[in-house]
Design a protein. Sequence first.
Length: 471
Amino acid sequence: MKEGYLTFWGGVGKSGGVQVLFGKGRQAVLFDFGVEHSGLLFPKQLTLYEPVGATPGRELRQFLLGGMTAPLLELYDPGHIKGLDSGKVRRVWGDCEFPGYEQIGLFVSHMHTDHIAVLPYVHPGIPVYMNYDAHSLFRGLVAGGHSPDTKARIHACDDLSVIDFGEFTMQIIEMDHNATGAAGIILDDGTHKIAYTGDWRRHGKHPDRIDRFIELCRSRPIDLLITEGTRLPSDPADVPAYQMKEDEPLSRYSEILGEAAGLVYLQMSPRDLERMANMISIAVGKERKIAMEASHAVIWHTANREGLRILEGHPALDAEIFIIDATVAKGMIVPYPTVSLEEIAERKSEFVYFFKFPDLAHMIELETLGDLQEQSHFIQSDYSVKPDHPDVAKFLKTFGITGHSLSNGGHAHPEAISDMIERIAPRAVITLHTRYPESQNTRGIPAYFPKKGETVSVASILAASVNAGNG
């Protein structure tokens, strides 16, 4: 009888960068395709301050030779490999032999860079599966310059759709995370059933999706659960504080808008389009106009033009949006009228500026021009650069701007993970996307701790977990 195997190339003992290959017979599927936060390199993002990134044009070679992505050259566009020898790539992994499959698909759980960094380099013949709204967001990220495009064949999938690989099936299930379109999967090879959560949270806007995922898993039932554990602490006794539910930062944002006499700078991730929509609507309700950094505006416009389902009928779609002209790159086509820094400075109390960290210099003009210099407010809402960042803090202090952090995070609390494990009751659990998988309380469910580069059968994982007496 054919066995199902898992190979772990990323996300093991690290935050981000999950790359796990499941294969049986001639077919396989890889989930996800990012790069770990703590690797040698991290893909450049417009929201981060000068990260150590790969050399332009040589990214894939450096990811492969740095042991940062799966060493199967058939996964990649030959144009990006540029004659790289497979033996040199295998040497990085200790000359290990890895399984070979005739057909490999790719599942992308969501659009955070640590899960899609390698997507632009995928072989054109590889089918890529993702949730419908994740695809809409990806088209926005490409249009806005936040991600290179891919030549791979993307399949935008409906919620609960099932893909038949022949040797196994994969069901795509919408989850809740602070990236629009996040999804998990359930794999069924006829012998074993494996559930992978992707990144998720219980305290977000859609806890019902998490409950549904749990019930779908219970109805199978699941043999192996693979979950993220980003918020796990090094010491199991050091339990992180519970995060706010999604309505709380939105409520506080509304209060700040009601109190603010000057300009409101809003620094938030353009990958969370549902929060962006809600913040646009709240601002309009407070009689504030919307000004956006150009790439954020292009992401918003393109994702919705692509048919973003989560925002169908949302009032934010009718909001009037202006683009800050100083953020428009040469040759960039923008979907909304522009407004100058000078115009906003004269009418600061009328605007919320959806702001991007690299544009801090705009504050110099916005806070010194204009006749009435009412106090401005700066809001960070789950953005990678916080108000206490030295550069941000310096500007806030110089211009007397009040800073606020309205964040609740995109990752599950350790207790929420324990609750999911207990309710699903798999035969074994693997916690990835964390530095401290051993600190997870599995509530009696046996745990397996894979090593990076390890290939192991599902049957062996289940047997090893039970024999180890982790329960």
